[in-house]
Structures are given as C-alpha cells and as structure tokens.
Design a protein. Structure first.
Length: 86
C-alpha cells in the first residue's frame, strides 16, 4: 500500500459512526466492519488479499480510508499516550 495516498483521500466517504451500529464505533460505511477490526487483522499479519477474501464487500478505498481516519486521529491527538516502561 502507498501510504501517501491516504493523505489525499477523504476518508469520511467511507467511515461512519452511528450509535445504532456497534455502539457508535467507527465502521466502514454500509457494513458492520469496524475500523478497529481492520486494524486488528492487519496487526495480526493479515494481508489485503486475506481481508478481501474474508470480507468481499470491502474495497481498496475502504482500506485506504481506515488509514486516512487513523492518521487524522493521530494528528488531532485522539490516541492514548504510551507510558514509559520501568
């Protein structure tokens, strides 16, 4: 994936937060697939191909939107500080 592409896309066309879906967690529009799930899968070594095979409704743009959303969250400090280890 080209991470520079995520800087230019409008993730809001793909990511929504609706309190009637997964208690308002950010999800891929039109699905019950959360941003958190996509990040968890990728953190556990899943490839794009594996994700698309398991969730055929997803598109490449949806995956790009996950990272665009995450980038903006980091920019606006919507993250948890990492404590120094002892």
């Amino acid at each position: 994936m080209n991470f520079l592409v995520y800087l230019k896309m409008n993730w809001r066309n793909h990511i929504i937060s609706d309190t009637s879906i997964l208690l308002g967690k950010p999800t891929i529009k039109g699905t019950r697939i959360s941003v958190e799930l996509i990040l968890e899968l990728m953190a556990n070594g899943w490839t794009e191909s594996m994700i698309f095979e398991s969730y055929p409704k997803l598109t490449r743009e949806d995956l790009k939107a996950v990272f665009g959303y995450l980038k903006e969250c980091m920019e606006t400090e919507l993250y948890f500080p990492i404590p120094k280890s002892a």
